[in-house]
Design a protein around this ligand. Structure first.
Ligand SMILES: NC(=O)c1ccc[n+]([C@@H]2O[C@H](COP(=O)([O-])OP(=O)(O)OC[C@H]3O[C@@H](n4cnc5c(N)ncnc54)[C@H](OP(=O)(O)O)[C@@H]3O)[C@@H](O)[C@H]2O)c1
Length: 268
């Protein structure tokens, strides 16, 4: 295995993935970045490689497609991956039955199958080297599923369970695992999740964080070897209150509250 080690970030063409890429580039880590928008991926990789003394390898890949996933695995085979960040993800904020089955299937493939496959690929070498870091980007939604987010929340909850089990399984091998559960973060994510939800994503307020805030919380969590990283005191408060309140009280309140930022019944 070559000496040079890399940080692999899926979904690095924007939002939280791009913020992770900038943070690791600034710390002079070599990068492998994936995404589907090839022009954006190439430009962003070149920008980072020009700004820092690092190698940046862009790999265009739709991780719901087996062929692309195989190609990425081929690239991983030839490089030493020290940090894996399973970040690529999407949501679809609409009533369950209105969304084509193939879209739900892609969501499960991206969040679950692709993440499992990439972790499975990097582990033997990390175990051999007695070190490595795996960050799985999940969501607050995984802890409290909301209407219209069932498959999203369920697929992210799988990441939470997998991360929790691996955290304890891999500790003795010197490998750190973190599950990052952001709340509302100012990226293209919500806008992409369903364009018919009006201007929910325009109505930013105190609940919103920047991708840089989320990444800073994740890196601070790694330094303290925290399995669960929930960025933002308001998100941690929501989780604490949500755990204390009976679900039959929690849901009517939460649905009413989130109606303002994420309308739960898009217009016909
Ligand atoms: N923003 C939030 O409020 C929020 C809250 C909780 C959790 N999260 C999680 O944070 C992660 C990053 O999201 P973000 O907010 O940064 O959203 P974003 O700006 O939309 O970025 C999503 C990234 O995932 C990539 N991606 C999407 N579908 C893909 C596919 N089929 N194959 C390969 N790559 C794909 C996109 O690449 P291309 O654009 O190149 O296709 C993009 O780089 C996601 O896992 C999301 O679930 C976000």
């Amino acid at each position: 295995m070559p000496e040079k080690s890399y940080v692999l970030i899926t979904g690095a063409t924007g939002g939280i993935g791009a913020a992770f890429a900038r943070a690791f580039a600034a710390r002079h880590h070599h990068l492998i970045l994936t995404g589907r928008q090839s022009a954006r991926l190439r430009t962003f990789s070149a920008e980072l490689a020009n700004a820092y003394p690092i190698t940046v390898l862009p790999v265009k890949a739709d991780l719901t497609r087996e062929f692309d996933l195989d190609r990425l695995i081929g690239v991983m085979d030839e490089h030493n991956i020290q940090v894996l960040i399973n970040n690529a993800g999407f949501s679809h904020h609409e009533r369950f039955d209105r969304v084509p089955f193939s879209r739900w299937q892609d969501m499960v493939t991206l969040h679950c199958t692709a993440s499992i496959r990439l972790i499975h690929q990097v582990l033997p070498e990390m175990i051999r080297q007695k070190g490595g870091i795996i960050i799985n980007v999940s969501s607050l939604n995984a802890l409290f599923p909301m209407p219209h987010t069932g498959v999203y929340a369920g697929s992210k909850a799988m990441l939470n369970a997998l991360s929790e089990a691996l955290y304890w399984e891999l500790k003795i091998h010197g490998i750190q695992v973190q599950v990052l559960c952001p709340g509302l973060t100012d990226t293209k994510f919500l806008k992409r999740s369903n364009d018919t939800t009006g201007n929910a994503h325009e109505a930013r307020g105190w609940m919103w964080q920047t991708p840089e805030d989320v990444v800073a919380a994740s890196l601070a969590g790694l330094r303290r070897d925290r399995l669960f990283c929930i960025p933002g005191w308001h998100n941690r408060l929501l989780v604490t209150l949500g755990k204390m309140a009976p679900r039959r009280w929690y849901y009517p309140l939460a649905i009413r509250f989130f109606q303002n930022v994420m309308p739960t019944e898009p217009a016909e």
